[in-house]
Design a protein. Structure first.
Length: 65
């Protein structure tokens, strides 16, 4: 399963977030997704950081954003 981009995550409807997380966990890519979002969140590029924060919030991890 390809690792989804930040934009892919932002395009997930709220009805499909739990299934997305389950699918990523089952395919063992959730940690890769979270690591990439964290790196983008800490990026000096404000646009990338903002998108990563939004993606984390979309996934329900607002405490990390």
């Amino acid at each position: 399963m390809p690792v989804p981009s930040t934009e892919d995550i932002l395009n997930i409807s709220s009805d499909h977030v739990s299934q997305f997380i389950s699918d990523q966990a089952n395919s063992r890519t959730l940690s890769v997704v979270m690591r990439r979002l964290n790196e983008e969140l800490m990026s000096p590029d404000q646009s990338a950081s903002d998108l990563a924060r939004q993606a984390l919030e979309r996934l329900g991890f607002s405490e990390y954003a």
